[in-house]
Design a protein around this ligand. Structure first.
Ligand SMILES: C[S@@+](CC[C@H](N)C(=O)[O-])C[C@H]1O[C@@H](n2cnc3c(N)ncnc32)[C@H](O)[C@@H]1O
Length: 227
């Protein structure tokens, strides 16, 4: 007897909902990666390659990472971190899920990046304003909206003076009410993207582009510079 394959997005949302109902905003990530490791789930955001907007940024900006440090937030299976490490940055990539970290290490056995477990909401003190480049892709939006302001502030606090923050996120219209968003994910409004900026962390470039897989969906790519 054959059973219908379950849409990975639907299965992931069910897992997340069960976790959120227990007031646990992040426990489902480990459960998902662990189920995927056992062949019982698919990680829907695992693209098997770096995000196209990050690849494009690297190709256009040609950052020279020699002698510089980078931190990749919520790095998942590591494809973005690999691109950054290959650009010469001394790269740390972290994730809250130990199995994600293990999976990333296994997927990239010759990696120049260092993969480790850490929580964006409570990062190691020595990371405070420590990195020349911080890359955040789809992590803040994976957290419920009430947690996003704290996560956003923590991301910015990882960037050292003179350093760059690059954020890639799904976009939500400013006039879509929070109650209408059935996350995860909870895409970011323009106000939420602008909220990464502070007096010292300036938004220097903001692009909004349609998703290649669904032109009705839009993504932000935002670049900030810490004075
Ligand atoms: C939607 S996935 C995106 C993964 C990766 N950045 C990408 O674009 O493929 C969100 C990732 O953030 C991680 N994550 C969620 N909350 C986190 C936290 N508080 N600290 C660190 N990582 C977190 C999850 O385990 C997951 O790997």
């Amino acid at each position: 007897m054959s059973s219908e394959p379950v849409d990975p997005d639907v299965a992931t949302r069910q897992l997340a909902r069960a976790s959120l109902e227990q007031d646990d905003a992040t426990g489902w990530f480990e459960r998902l990666y662990s189920a995927a490791q056992n062949g019982q789930a698919v990680v829907p955001w695992d693209r098997g390659t770096a995000h196209v907007l990050l690849t494009d940024w690297v190709e256009v900006s040609e950052p020279d990472g020699a002698g510089k440090s980078a931190l990749v937030v919520g790095a998942g299976t590591g494809w973005d971190a690999e691109l950054i490490a290959d650009s010469g940055f001394d790269t740390i990539a972290f994730d809250i899920s130990p199995t994600a970290v293990e999976t990333a290490k296994r997927a990239h056995p010759n990696s120049k990046a260092t993969y480790q477990v850490a929580d964006l909401l409570n990062p190691p003190a020595e990371w405070h304003r420590a990195f020349d480049l911080v890359v955040e892709i789809y992590t803040v939006q994976a957290l419920p909206i009430p947690l996003q302001p704290t996560a956003t502030r923590q991301v910015g606090e990882l960037v050292r003076p003179g350093g760059t923050l690059l954020v890639i996120a799904a976009a939500r219209d400013d006039d879509t009410p929070e109650s209408a968003v059935e996350g995860p994910p909870w895409p970011l409004t323009q106000a939420a993207i602008e909220a990464f900026a502070t007096d010292e962390l300036r938004l220097i470039q903001l692009d909004k582009s349609p998703s290649p897989s669904d032109p009705a969906l839009f993504r932000w790519r935002a670049e900030y510079l810490r004075d």
